[in-house]
Design a protein around this ligand. Structure first.
Ligand SMILES: O=c1ccn([C@@H]2O[C@H](COP(=O)(O)OP(=O)(O)O[C@H]3O[C@H](CO)[C@@H](O)[C@H](O)[C@H]3O)[C@@H](O)[C@H]2O)c(=O)[nH]1
Ligand SMILES: [Mn+2]
Length: 981
């Protein structure tokens, strides 16, 4: 308090940039742990978190096979029923009985098949297949009610005409690979033994990584959701919605790299989402404790009051204003009502004013005043020291925090900045997410949550409903830990030079995984089941005794060859059982929330109560010292304890984001987002799969979420470096999928995929070697194979054809285009020889020297000139290895060609193989070369590079064919290893 506070209040700026007094929201006091809730005037108590307990009636989803529930056909007007079908008659009772039996059989069948996860024929829960339509009509009449009982989603298998040839080619490729290696190993090159050995080792490694990548793609599936059935079932018009509440998490850290306008758009798209308002809460985690983020959020909450009703009234898409107004559609075309045109124009203006206010805040935040930031009421901003500040929570909007301009309620919006103190490990994003898990549990405790990076806005306002089609499905739902949506991106250059879109991963690999145990979690755009994040095992389904192996169809080769569980099973059954239990403590690790029903049924009394106390202590050891939080974990369907006062809950919320809270608890080890890697996402998903959960991959036609990606080469390489580093960290941790979690619920092909996702950085070493080989071959005139016999060349050719064929067939079933596929190949090499390589060394450094790795946030594009980012060149050491490789191979080509010219026609034959090899490297690195030479349309540097290359070749040519120069072909002929006699 020594410094005079400058009045950096929460002042806004009007359209003309003239500062305006900000309308502070007096109802929403900022609460930090330095301030007791009791300090807040009581009239504000009611206003702050009065939404608590407002989660609405949470009901258990209706199971299909319970005829006593209201959604059953007989629940219609009974008098009508009576007349039409003879309600109550013997015949009716019989029909009812037989129906019940059928339902039970059906239920049993499904459970037996573990939800038919493995059948892959896609008819998962097709009710109409069980009943003939006539039968249905006879029994109940085909009404909307029946529709409501239908499954909410369906597996769509890949047509067998597409998948079977693909599988066949994979098998053929495997066989050919066998013969190929047989030849390679049996035929060393005597005069270039080292070259031969290195190349064979590399090839074996590539083959192994191919197997790891290939087999998880054996059972790809797609899915289809039925939103109308969801609506009929849970969200009927005129009734209170029975959809489950959901908490949204948005993470942001650095307002300079992640512009507040970007975050604001994400938040606005959440607030306007097509979901019952009282079931939506949005939590924003600010790891940068920036007053800028706070103020921007405050502005956003004001703007939301106009934006949200506008979105809902006209059902516009997407509901992030920046992207909505950027759409180049002719909204006048389809005879839209004139008032819409008027309102749209008005809203656009409002948004522009909002943007100006945000930009003014950003401009103001560029220079930190000496004494730090001061809030409008004159108190210093508690987060002035980013590394040492109290936890902060602020509730905007919500039931009493202000209605929209039409008087409707708005979703609650909560600003959270967890406490930071020096000497604590904050665990980057994972730590931030865990803080949000707890805060949200205390304040709203929705049974589901969606996490988004600050730049990933909701592009399809029905996305949450899509997820609920899986989560709320009484049959499939219970075992689902999360529903992952693919990441889609805006503003990527048309050719997607650096494979930012990751199409191959999102449209091929993930679909493959969905046919096994579900996609891996990619860090954003993912709806979680809260209980699954609490480290519990998936609820058990009764399996038929015959099914011994949980890793896919019984004939699954992996089980036999890699002996995951089946082989163990074969030897001694009890041993397996025991091992399983000791590893995962299965019996104890069931969610108490799920077991709650059983407890209630059992005899109540002192015994249960005592057990309850012990249990409470156990839970507090696991979840931390917050009784409110622990109590919340017991509610399967979410909701908060209505008895607690809002003020005390806020106090509790501050408590659970304090930095000592996680000490000696299971947070980050067993619970929540898992610590220990900068790619916390892989670890977190992996843990859940190990607990036997399944995840779901959901690809709505209109992309659910969209985000931004780093555009220029250096940023992209750094992003890939961080991902690879995360993988290396996992590799050296105790969570390494190679060794971890056997005997748990992880299926073996799923394990393959996890192994693949953490060992891939190691491929950088053979890749680097293999890319250097052609240059060496060209310079020395030696080669990695002896002269090919006819049989040998047959194997080489077949292998090439197989590689091609798998690629083409893969593109066919997945719908991925050749350009995306090829980009992916190219970037695999580019990233491999630069980012992955550095990641490997940094990872090793961490293991050996304990140097911690950092999470460098990728900057999210502002609204610069289009694609200027793509061409910006930033120097980084990551550029060295690929540049060197390129140069080496260019030199090799020049040298090789000049040698051949020197030696006459005979030497062109063997040269061809080497040139092809070098060419392979160069075309893969081509996008890198383009990135290296900078802006294409200003300085066509690429042309210069090519011209230098061509010039040198031609000049050499000229020198060599100079008739005055004597030909000297003797020694060089020997070098190429050919006997030309
Ligand atoms: O200490 C930190 C560091 C990062 N973040 C947030 O993490 C998110 C992801 O960061 P970004 O730089 O955008 O990383 P990307 O490589 O683009 O993200 C991908 O890869 C990450 C794993 O490395 C995942 O966490 C992301 O969800 C996924 O989109 C952003 O919202 C950040 O605000 C934090 O909240 N706290
Ligand atoms: Mn990102």
């Amino acid at each position: 308090m020594l410094h005079a506070h400058m009045s950096y209040g929460r002042g806004g700026v009007d359209v003309n940039g003239v500062p305006q007094p900000f309308q502070p929201n007096p109802n929403v006091p900022l609460l930090t742990d330095g301030q007791m809730v009791d300090d807040i005037p009581p009239e504000q108590h009611a206003l702050v978190p009065s939404f608590i307990g407002g989660g609405g009636k949470r009901i258990h989803p209706l199971p299909y096979a319970d005829p006593n529930l209201p959604v059953q056909p007989r629940s219609m007007d009974p008098s009508k029923d009576l007349a039409a079908y003879g309600y109550g008659s013997v015949a009716w009772k019989e029909r009812m009985e037989s129906w019940k039996q059928k339902q039970e059989r059906l239920h049993q069948m499904r459970n037996d098949g573990g939800g038919k996860d493995w059948d892959g024929d896609g008819d998962d829960g097709d009710l109409p297949l069980i009943f003939s339509p006539v039968e249905l009509l006879y029994h109940f009449g085909w009404t909307k009610m029946d529709e409501a009982r239908q499954p909410l989603s369906r597996k769509v298998p890949i047509p067998s005409s597409q998948i079977n040839p693909y599988r066949m080619v994979i098998i053929i490729r495997l066989v050919v690979l066998g013969f190929f290696f047989h030849y390679r190993v049996m035929h060393p090159v005597p005069d270039a033994f080292a070259l031969w050995l290195i190349s064979v080792i590399c090839e074996i490694w590539f083959a192994m990584s191919w197997i790891l990548d290939q087999f998880p793609k054996w059972f790809p599936i797609e899915r289809e959701t039925y939103l109308d059935r969801l609506t009929l079932r849970f969200d009927k018009e005129g009734q209170t919605s029975q959809l489950a509440p959901i908490d949204f998490f948005v993470s942001t850290v650095d307002p300079l790299k992640e512009p507040p306008l970007v975050t604001a758009n994400t938040v606005l798209s959440i607030l306007a989402v097509d979901y019952p308002v009282d079931k939506v809460s949005c939590y924003v985690s600010d790891d940068g404790a920036a007053m800028l983020t706070f103020e921007a959020l405050s502005e956003t909450s004001e703007f939301a009051k106009k934006w949200v009703p506008f979105c809902k009234k006209y059902s516009i898409e997407p509901r992030a204003p920046e992207w909505y107004f950027q759409q180049k559609i002719d909204y006048l075309k389809d005879k839209v009502a004139p008032y819409f045109v008027r309102e749209r124009r008005a809203m656009k203006r409002e948004y522009e004013e909002f943007k100006v206010r945000i930009n003014a805040l950003v401009a103001k935040a560029q220079k930190v005043p000496e004494e730090g930031w001061t809030m409008q009421d004159g108190t210093p901003w508690p987060g002035n020291n980013v590394r040492d500040h109290p936890g902060m929570i602020q509730v905007f909007l919500g039931q009493s925090g202000g209605h929209d301009i039409e008087g409707n309620e708005l979703p609650r919006l909560v600003y959270v900045s967890r406490e930071k103190r020096p000497g604590y490990n904050h665990h980057k994003k994972a730590g931030a997410m865990n803080a949000l898990v707890r805060v949200s549990a205390v304040l709203t405790n929705a049974p589901y949550m969606l996490n988004l990076d600050c730049d990933h806005y909701i592009n399809n306002s029905k996305a949450i409903k899509e997820a609920m089609c899986f989560m709320m499905d009484p049959l499939v739902g219970k075992k689902v830990c999360y529903v992952q949506f693919p990441q889609r991106f805006d503003g990527i250059d048309r050719h997607d030079r650096y494979a930012n879109r990751n199409v191959v991963f999102f449209d091929i690999n993930m679909k493959g995984l969905d046919g096994i145990q579900g996609p891996i979690y990619v860090g954003t755009g993912c709806v979680f089941r809260r209980q699954a994040l609490y480290g519990y095992d998936a609820p058990k389904t009764k399996k038929p005794p015959s099914r011994t192996c949980n890793c896919w169809p019984k004939w699954c080769i992996c089980c036999c060859c890699f002996g995951d569980r089946k082989s163990k099973k074969k030897t001694t059954k009890p041993k397996t059982e025991k091992k399983k239990r000791s590893f995962f403590k299965r019996a104890e690790n069931q969610s108490p929330a799920y077991a709650l029903g059983e407890i209630e049924e059992g005899a109540p009394g002192a015994e249960n109560e005592k057990a309850g106390i012990v249990n409470q202590q156990k839970l507090e050891k696991k979840f931390g010292q917050s009784s409110v939080f622990v109590a919340s974990t017991l509610l399967e369907n979410g909701g908060t304890l209505k008895s607690a006062s809002p003020a005390s809950l806020l106090k509790e919320a501050i408590h659970v984001i304090s930095c000592g809270y996680e000490d000696k608890t299971d947070w980050g080890k067993e619970i929540g987002w898992i610590y220990g890697s900068v790619t916390e996402d892989i670890l977190t998903g992996f843990k859940m799969h190990c607990h036997g959960w399944r995840s779901i991959y959901c690809i709505p036609k209109l992309p659910a979420f969209k985000g931004s990606a780093p555009l220029n080469l250096s940023d992209r390489l750094h992003q890939v470096l961080r991902w690879a580093l995360g993988s290396v960290e996992i590799f050296f941790s105790n969570h390494c999928p190679l060794w971890y979690g056997y005997g748990g619920g992880l299926k073996c092909l799923e394990r393959f995929s996890y192994i693949n996702s953490i060992v891939y950085p190691f491929t950088s070493i053979p890749l680097l070697a293999y890319c250097t080989l052609p240059a060496i071959c060209l310079l020395t005139g030696k080669f990695i194979t002896p002269e090919l016999t006819n049989v040998a060349s047959l194997w080489f050719m077949s292998l090439f054809i197989c590689i091609f064929a798998t690629g083409i067939l893969e593109m066919r079933w997945s719908g991925v285009g050749i350009d995306d596929w090829w980009r992916n190949e190219q970037f695999w090499v580019i990233g491999g020889v630069s980012s992955h390589l550095f990641a490997l060394f940094q990872g090793l450094l961490k293991v050996i020297a304990g140097i911690d790795t950092s999470f460098t946030v990728t900057s999210k594009g502002g609204d610069d000139e289009e694609f200027s980012e793509l061409y910006t060149f930033k120097w980084t050491t990551l550029l060295i290895p690929p540049t060197t490789l390129l140069l080496l191979n260019f030199i090799g080509v020049v040298a090789g060609v000049s040698n051949a010219i020197n030696n006459g026609y005979e030497s062109w034959g063997p040269l061809f193989g080497k040139l092809f090899f070098a060419f392979w490297v160069i075309v893969h690195l081509y996008p890198f070369l383009k990135g290296l030479v900078g802006r294409q349309n200003r300085t066509p540097t690429i042309v210069i590079v090519w011209s230098i290359l061509l010039a040198s070749i031609f000049s050499l040519l000229w020198v060599r064919i100079d008739p005055f120069l004597a030909k000297n072909d003797g020694p060089l002929l020997e070098e190429c290893g050919l006997d030309c006699n």
